[in-house]
Ligand binder design. Sequence first.
Ligand code: AHR
Length: 512
Amino acid sequence: MKRISFFLISLMLSGGFAMAQPSKATLVIATDHPQFKIHKEIYGQFAEDLGAGIYGGIWVGKNSKIPNIDGYRRDIVNAIKQLSVPVIRWPGGCFADQYHWMDGIGPQSQRKPIINNNWGGGEEDNSFGTNEFLNFCKLVGAEPYISGNLGSGSPKEMSNWVQYITATNGPMADLRKKYGHPAPWKVKFWGVGNESWGCGGNMTPEYYSDLYRRFSTFLPNYNGNVLYKIASGANADDYDWTNVLMKNIGYRMQGISLHYYTVPKTWADKGSATSFSDQEYLTSIEKTLHMGELIAKHSAIMDKYDPQKKIGLVVDEWGIWTNVEPGTNPAFLFQQNSLRDAIIAALNFNIFNQHADRVRMANIAQMVNVLQSIILTKGDKMILTPTYYAFEMYKGHMGGQFLDSNMKCDSVNLGSEDSPMLSASASEKDGVLTLSIVNIDPTRDADLTCVLRDGTYKSVMGEILTSKNLTDINTFDLPSTVQLKPFTSAKLKGNDVVLKVPAKSIITLTIQ
Ligand code: AHR
């Protein structure tokens, strides 16, 4: 009996019950010392030609019964505009290094079909090509980020693509005019290959560096369109790859990419997107937080060659990768999205914000119907996922000045290591302070006092994303289970803001 009550008391003290006492926490924010700009492109998207990411997701064609604007789903266009998506990466991913852009221009009925060998081997009619992608970006107000084919293409093919898109004259520009777009587009972000250590050609970093130097030599800046060239960077902790590229390519590139996915279990059995234990959730959080170490270590290598941080780290693939939804094509990577996904997104955002002096862009994998999507579609139905709301909550950080902050709070055991239960990031733009806080603890609330070191503030408003269970999702039948709600209980007391941060929640405060 005695042993049982001792067990119960320890469990309560360790936070084992939802009724546990709230933990006390303090966050000091250096409002007097803005540090660096948080580039809006950190909140970017990735839309590969994969599964129903493009075909059926974004693009249904003009003759579809699904409401559309010139072939683009109207519901998707509205949702993406609402989020102010800053940049979209296309056409891959692995698909980029098998894509020959000239197959995807001209009258749609005359385009050569393509077999999508990377993702299931299905035939596609190529009706979504360069014009369709660039017009889509214009429609939703996002910058395009083109991922060029270095793996199976040639320098001439990539060079011609730049001319087709951005030049006023020349044979490729004439082709563009013939195909209905007289004026050139502007394209800034240009990837020179994707995962060249893997699906993009299985190269060594030395060989890739040589190829990068060769290909990038033939990518001109036409008519004031200045390309920001991004080299295909490391897989997770492959620090040697970064070191060799920094040494051998140097300032011939403006950005270098990094790919890292949160895989809850193993690559062979990644784990379910919708059914997982608290322990599996905590393991996913531990793996997500590893992003901070990866960025710090890749940045340290970059600092050796580029101490002024002119070359950007571009995390152009990140997110949680689980098993596909049962009954769906395994090659299409269609997965559901729970409150856990939103928390993972918010933790990554805090890490990116904290490293925004080096992280120039980040693109979640992927925008619609693939991996950690912000939007899922089924026929004419569409739902916004919890991850969509996480993006919405962080909009205020886009283009803001990063403010350093220091969190003192209890820890949560993630499995093999402990982590502070709260994660936060703050920024300032046009006199408005945006503060985002994540409570990763599945059961414990936190009473948080935020100390604003300087300034005079009169109001605080907020939004919260949480739900009864970490596994809660939005479905086509019940699309509003996980919803953004107003958060009104944060109070200003002098220069402090006090609030309770519920277990497993994300809060964004706007303070002015
Ligand atoms: O996002 C899915 C795939 O993951 C991409 O095509 C590839 O670059 C990465 O391995």
